[in-house]
Design a protein around this ligand. Sequence first.
Ligand code: GLN
Length: 554
Amino acid sequence: MPTKYIFVAGGVMSGIGKGIATASIGRILKSKGFKVTALKIDPYINVDAGTMNPVEHGEVFVTDDGTECDQDVGNYERFLDENIYKDNYMTTGSVYLSVINKERNLEYGGECVSVVPGIPNEVISTIKRAGQKAKADFVLTEIGGTVGEYQNMLFLEAARMMKFQHPKDVLFIMVSYLPIPGMIGEMKTKPTQQAVKNLNEAGIQADMILARAEVALDEPRKKKLAIYCNIHPEDVFSAPDAKSIYEIPINFEQEDIGNKILRKLGLKARTSNLKEWADLVKLIRNNPKEVNIGIVGKYFESGKFTLMDSYISVIESIKHAAFSQNRKANISWISSEEFEKKPESLKELKQYDGIIVPGGFGNRGVEGKIKAIEYCRKNKIPFFGLCLGLQLSVIEYARNVVGIKDATSREFDREAKNPVIDVMQEQKELLKQKHYGGTMRLGAYECHVQDGTISHKAYKDWVGEVKGSYMISERHRHRYEVNNDYKAILQDNGLVIAGVNPKKDLVEIIEVKNHPFFVATQFHPEFKSRPLKPHPLFKEFIKAAIKTTQKISR
Ligand code: GLN
């Protein structure tokens, strides 16, 4: 069958779950036996998401091949249970950069390179390449932002051109928002009608509309949208708010969206197999017992709003692991700066079953995180450190167990006397030349897991090997590393080095002994957790959290 291309564009406003809608449709098509991949287009000039502030843009997700991309790519990987690569993420910056590089290499053979069709053609070839590499039957492309924005015009133009080139193989889905203004108390369709018109102006007719709203769409509004948007009522889908994002594929399937897509693209209907997914949703809806996890971090506030998007993969990984233990994760946000101002508030950590210190950059709030880590270590609260969380755990151990009182990271103090966390030579050069974009230690690296450790036990199911040390692969995004000059003294004082990258001899996992669970990783395990395949370290952490609370009442 020829590859089918589905474009998903957004109407009215952003942040209404276009990414989850795209990922859900992907999951449904995969469950019908098709090979599916998904791409995200981010209309920013930034060449990748690595240089975007996570408070504004959300988490920077990292793929195996080290692409720093939008968090929606994480949603695709989680829903599709497929790895995604570089070609599946585009920005205005990355597309222009690649066209300019080709021009500089004379690849246009002396032609005058125009914005149109030069840029849309580059977009089209990237989409096709992503499809070919994934050997996909379906390539879903989500165009970021909202139709009518100047920023995504060239991407819509690429989509229009693709439809013109492959009329039978391209489908357009508009995910739009229907507000219910408080003073009117009625669901309004007009903004969506306008959004569809905007899409028409770009030469595109939506084939389907997903109507996002607080509540389900009723029949009169469905009919109204159909008439004004030039679409059949059965192609307007109700997409009300859901309690959990994992309900969305099940909700969509209730309206048979998968088969409607197949028929529109000239394919025969097929049954979906969403059994395991439906079981997961059943578990969520049954309101299982909770496990209380606290995340000690920063990046939480933007004006009056708390933005949790910067840690979305961490949140989802906690949830997946909790589901696997028939629990629901109750996640709380703890600002580390509070511990710096009021050390007596550290006691509050006792109310949690487990504590996570996630990744982060810069020195704001780090002393508070170090205090929280010390508290978890001493009070035997299950603790899981991720990336910066490992670095701060090593600093805490060096200061409070080994006795190196001024131990710190070169990131916080350029002149540090005892940089137990330091920057490697190759990174030093990059920083000197101000080469910041895309130059961290990124993507998948191997890690040798030491026999007899908690991590070794946790990963066993994953690697399918029981005896001896073995290798795993995990994703990275950081510049600083444990300084090997201090490895011996840390180990002599009882710190367990549970994982090491053998090629570069870099510390990847540390553990503390005689503790229910104290594990920290230099990599980001959260990028590899999937709803039905929780990450082994998160799973072991949640298991320990449940067990510890059962045993002691703190
Ligand atoms: N800031 C630290 C580093 O660059 C940790 C990064 C992270 O937590 N992702 O090494």
